[in-house]
Design a protein around this ligand. Structure first.
Ligand code: CDP
Length: 230
């Protein structure tokens, strides 16, 4: 069977990455979390003091960006990819509320997007890839054979993210998370470069009231249907 490209886009914390990871593992495809790449750039900005309050030194970031090495390494125990920044494992460091609160303005910068999109397109050259994000079906792989656009209410998404952070022992109140989710949606939808929107040929999935096994099954059916036509 010919390998295809699967693009999964949608709002923050809607469970895209869980769906994408599970599917990739099930069908033997590579999974790429494009949001992790924007988070890694944001972590660099925070660690190198490029932020002064909310103001970012974009010229320093522009100078640093070509020297940043963002890659993924498989965790031998879970079989899941983990994010590396300049060879250092940063999978946990990029998931904090501090990074979440700064990532959307960083991801709105045109030169950051250009560099990340180029990397993402290289990663998908051989196909056999599941990538999740905001602009995968519209900008990164407009030719993707299967495009999914995931939605759920902001309150349900904030609850899921709250539970996830709690399970990891990370701080963050429900109200703070809900505010962050809504704020990121707003920035992601209104930015000038590749705003978050559903591609015309994407299939919409509202998973507000779906369990993880249900959405997994639904996605697998979509994959089988499209892959059978290839
Ligand atoms: O996990 P969650 O859905 O909350 O976010 P994420 O996928 O880790 O992405 C973090 C942030 O990166 C998003 O809020 C967007 O601002 C940005 N992003 C983007 O602009 N384009 C992408 N393809 C992926 C993420």
């Amino acid at each position: 069977m010919k390998k295809i490209i699967i693009a999964i886009d949608g709002f923050s914390s809607c469970g895209k990455s869980t769906m994408a990871k599970d599917l990739a593992r099930e069908i033997g495809y590579i999974y790429i979390d494009s949001g992790a790449m924007y988070r890694a750039v944001t972590l660099h900005c925070l660690e190198q003091g490029l932020f002064e309050g909310d103001a970012l030194d974009t010229e320093r970031l522009r100078a640093d960006l070509p020297g940043l090495d963002i890659s993924f390494r498989l965790n031998p125990e879970t079989g899941r990819p983990q994010t590396c920044l300049n060879g250092r494992l940063v999978e946990n460091d990029i998931r904090t509320m501090t990074v979440s609160s700064k990532v959307s303005p960083v991801a709105a910068l045109d030169f950051v997007r250009e560099a990340m999109v180029r990397l993402q397109q290289q990663m998908g050259r051989q196909k056999g890839i599941v990538m999740d994000g905001r602009d995968i079906g519209t900008t990164v792989f407009p030719q993707a054979e299967l495009k999914i656009f995931v939605t759920a209410s902001p309150e349900i998404r904030a609850r899921r993210r709250f539970d996830e952070l709690q399970a990891k022992g990370e701080p963050g109140s429900y109200e703070e998370i809900l505010h962050n989710v809504e704020e990121r949606d707003r920035i992601d939808m209104t930015r000038a470069v590749s705003p978050l929107r559903k591609a015309a040929d994407a299939i919409e999935l509202d998973n507000s009231h779906m369990t993880i096994p249900e959405q997994k099954q639904w996605l697998l059916e979509q994959f089988r249907r499209v892959a059978a036509q290839e």
